[in-house]
Design a protein. Structure first.
Length: 97
């Protein structure tokens, strides 16, 4: 996201901070993130935040997590979906019999 983004440089910095915190990995499916596929997803949607009259902004690090574009799009406005337990087969040694 460029500094000329409609959301501005503050959002770009927040997004980058969240992606780095989450290790550039989708917190739903475990996919490695890069480029335009990397998004910062709101745990509690902006709409719900406003409807419930919560103070402040929904764009805080506590309310954001890294997500691939596909997971973020399929989640839509639904709040607080559970993270899929993901494991990488490379984390475990291969057994040879």
């Amino acid at each position: 996201m460029s500094e000329q983004s409609s959301r501005g440089p503050e959002w770009a910095a927040t997004r980058l901070r969240v992606l780095e915190r989450d290790g550039w990995q989708c917190q739903y499916c475990g996919k490695p993130l890069e480029g335009d596929d990397a998004t910062a997803d709101h745990i509690v949607s902006k709409e719900t935040w406003r409807r419930e009259g919560r103070p402040g902004t929904p764009d805080t690090d506590d309310n954001l997590r890294a997500a691939c574009r596909s997971c973020n799009s399929s989640k839509g406005d639904r709040d607080n979906l559970p993270r899929i337990n993901y494991y990488n087969p490379r984390w475990f040694p291969q057994r040879t019999y």
